[in-house]
Structure formats: C-alpha cells, structure tokens
Design a protein around this ligand. Sequence first.
Ligand SMILES: *[C@@H]1O[C@H](CO)[C@@H](O)[C@H](O)[C@H]1NC(C)=O
Ligand SMILES: *[C@@H]1O[C@H](CO)[C@@H](O)[C@H](O)[C@H]1NC(C)=O
Ligand SMILES: *[C@@H]1O[C@H](CO)[C@@H](O)[C@H](O)[C@H]1NC(C)=O
Ligand SMILES: *[C@@H]1O[C@H](CO)[C@@H](O)[C@H](O)[C@H]1NC(C)=O
Ligand SMILES: *[C@@H]1O[C@H](CO)[C@@H](O)[C@H](O)[C@H]1NC(C)=O
Ligand SMILES: *[C@@H]1O[C@H](CO)[C@@H](O)[C@H](O)[C@H]1NC(C)=O
Length: 376
Amino acid sequence: MTSSNSSSQFVICIDMELTIALLVLLVMKPGSMTASWSVTFKDPDICAVRGSSVKFRCSYNYADGETVQKTAWYKGQSEGGIWRRVELSVLPLYQNRTEYQGDRHHDCSLVIHDLQHNDTGYYYFRFDTDRYGWRSKASVHLSVTELSVRVYPVTVRAGDNVTLQCGTSCQPSSTVWFKDGRPGAKPEFQAQAEDSGNYMCAIEGQKLLRSGPVALDVQYPPLNVSIEVSHPGPLANGSVNLTCSSAANPAADSYTWYKRTDSFSSSSLLQVGSGQVLSLQVVEKSHRGAYLCQARNSLGENNSTEVPLAAEETDIDLQIILIGIGVKVGILVLLSLALIWVWRHRCNSAVDEEEYVNDYENISISQPHGFTENHV
Ligand SMILES: *[C@@H]1O[C@H](CO)[C@@H](O)[C@H](O)[C@H]1NC(C)=O
Ligand SMILES: *[C@@H]1O[C@H](CO)[C@@H](O)[C@H](O)[C@H]1NC(C)=O
Ligand SMILES: *[C@@H]1O[C@H](CO)[C@@H](O)[C@H](O)[C@H]1NC(C)=O
Ligand SMILES: *[C@@H]1O[C@H](CO)[C@@H](O)[C@H](O)[C@H]1NC(C)=O
Ligand SMILES: *[C@@H]1O[C@H](CO)[C@@H](O)[C@H](O)[C@H]1NC(C)=O
Ligand SMILES: *[C@@H]1O[C@H](CO)[C@@H](O)[C@H](O)[C@H]1NC(C)=O
C-alpha cells in the first residue's frame, strides 16, 4: 500500500513537472511537441476468454533527441474509493504472467497470459525519458469472460427448432460455432438426426479458445430400416435368419415382422413374428414371399422395404410344372397324331377300297385283256 501510494504521488509529481515542461515548451515552440508525445492503443476494448493470453498492442512517440529510460504498465485500481494506477510489477497477481513485448523506442505492447477474472479492468502505459515522464491518458479496457454453451430446448426431437447460445460476459461480440471440432456450425437450425454432436463456441478472432463442449442429442423415430438375410440368394433347405436394423434414437426396442401373401385377387400383410431376428427354421415353399420389418421406438415406427425370399423349391416346382405341361402337351400331340392317323387311315382305307373297287371295275370292265396279259 505504501509503495503504491508513494508511486502514485511520484506519478502526480511527474505529471505536474511534465505539464509545466509542456507549457514551457508550448510557449517556446508552439505545436512542435504535443504532436510527438503520445501513447496509442490499437485496440482499446478487449474481451478475452479466461485462461487465454491477450496482447495489448501499443505504440508511443516522443520528441527527437529524448532517450527512453523506463517503461511500465499500470492497472487502474480503486483503493478506498480513490482511483489509482498501480504498476503491474508490484502486483503479485501479475508476476510471471506478464510479458513486455515492447522496447524502449516506439513499441509498448504487453502480453498477459493465463487470464483470470480479476484481470478485468483498465490498463495504462507510462514511459520516462531522461527529462520527462509521459503517461497515457487513455487506457485499454480488458474484460475476461467465461464461455458456456446453452442449448434450447433441453431435449431435442427431430424437427424441433434448436437455438444454441454462447454465454459470455463480454460486450456483444460475434461468436463462432464448432460442431465436433469443425468450424462453421450454425446457432439456429431445425434439428435432424445428423445434427447430434458436441457443440462449442468461441469469440470471433479467438477461435483457439473455446467453450467446453455441450452435447446435442437429437431424438428421432427409426430411419433407414433394413433387412439383412443371412444367406442371400435362393435358399436350400435349412434355416435362414432375417435381421432387422435401423438408425433410431433412442435405439429401436420393438420389431414386428410381416409377410406379404399374394393371391391372384389381392395381397395382404400377415404378421409373422417379432424380435430383431426372424429365424425361419426350415425354408420351404410356405416361406416364400416378401418380408418386411417394422422397427419402433418411443417416438414412432417405420418400415423396411419388402425383401423377397425365394426358396430353391421354386425352381424344382417350376421344372415339375414345366415337365408336367410338356408331358401333357406331348401326350396331347401324340394322341391327336394317333387320332389323325387313325382317322386318316380309316379314310384312306375307305378311299382305297373305293379305288380298289373302281380299279376292280376298271380292271374288270375296261382292262380285262391287260389284266389277263399281265398274268401271262
Ligand atoms: C514466478 O516464477 C518463478 C520461477 O519460475 C517462481 O519461483 C515464482 O514462484 C513464480 N511466482 C509466481 C507468483 O507464480
Ligand atoms: C484473482 O483470481 C485468482 C483466481 O481466480 C485468485 O486466486 C486471486 O486470489 C484473485 N486475486 C485478487 C487480488 O482478487
Ligand atoms: C421412414 O424412413 C425413411 C428413410 O428411411 C424416411 O424418409 C421417412 O420419413 C420415415 N418415415 C417415418 C414415418 O418416420
Ligand atoms: C440413412 O441413410 C442415408 C443414406 O444412406 C444416410 O445419408 C443417413 O445418414 C442415414 N441416416 C441415419 C440417421 O443414419
Ligand atoms: C440364426 O440365428 C441363430 C441364433 O440367433 C443361430 O443359432 C443360427 O445359426 C442362425 N442361422 C443362420 C442360418 O445364420
Ligand atoms: C408399416 O407397415 C404396417 C403394416 O402394413 C402399416 O400398418 C404401417 O402404417 C406402415 N408404417 C409406415 C410408416 O409406413
């Protein structure tokens, strides 16, 4: 306390000296000095995240011919209702955390590492030449903030409008969003299954320092319901397992199996089982058909597409049918051929008889001599 008191008294003394000196100089050389003595802060209002480092960019000017002997940063503190500037080097809170990156020429930048909440405040710079001291009239204001993400609503279902908020005590500053470590997330959207993930926010310009992650868990009814057949393709006799899988949050907890039974007039779905796996023990003709599964969770249900299941007997049956048809056709053809043959034979013999009779008549009537001659 005594040291800061004496230092501020010292500051006031220097200030008075400087003011007198300035007045003298102004009288002597109007305009030549006020322009050259200055301290400029590039960014006078800084918001930084707790734990990060901050740099006060600063430059200073003084009259030609002066040599800088001392530079120092101060923090404005209220002590017993009196506002004082206390040199950082005497404050234990800043030991090892401050780094003067300026020099004794024109750069007066200061870096503070591992920012704490009570670093929030006003900072000033001061330099002393051989003859004068100059302290900045303006200050750098630093606010140290915590970042925290909030998600509204608390439980999110697909289709809900989601709002992410980045909590910070800084003045309104633009925030950037990360999803699963990748930048570019939007803070307002209509939730879909794929929006689940960890969200973080950061202040624009300080993207390396992020809030803690907050998980967004979008709940949705089953999607992408599909059936996996343990032995795809035509099935020999034996067992086959149909497994129903789906993307759902929470995971699907109930499954129903349907089979489409086709008849010529109509087709209908028959419930044939439940559970994630449908085991068909002996695949036989009666198992043929199209299967579909329905997955359900607390939010709803959805169906897979129909998966046709064909047993190998199909081919055998078809062959039998084909052979059957072939045989029948063959028999029919043979029968008709036989009938035709019989019919034609009968007709032919009738004609033959007729012809014979005619021949006979011809022979007997018109060719009696020839007939006799032939037999001679
Ligand atoms: C600063 O650092 C030195 C050496 O690294 C250490 O001995 C000292 O305790 C530190 N002071 C504070 C206040 O952390
Ligand atoms: C500043 O904050 C740090 C950590 O939050 C604490 O350890 C320290 O005592 C505080 N110092 C003052 C002067 O309030
Ligand atoms: C069923 O799932 C499909 C995608 O697999 C999806 O497009 C459709 O909206 C879902 N239907 C319902 C009622 O959830
Ligand atoms: C559903 O399938 C589509 C296409 O394969 C995929 O892009 C999507 O991520 C899937 N949905 C879920 C919730 O897994
Ligand atoms: C079907 O699943 C049962 C038990 O889940 C298993 O014992 C059987 O080997 C499986 N059958 C096939 C054809 O994968
Ligand atoms: C799924 O199939 C069942 C049985 O046919 C039907 O009642 C239900 O409406 C279907 N659900 C969807 C989402 O298509």
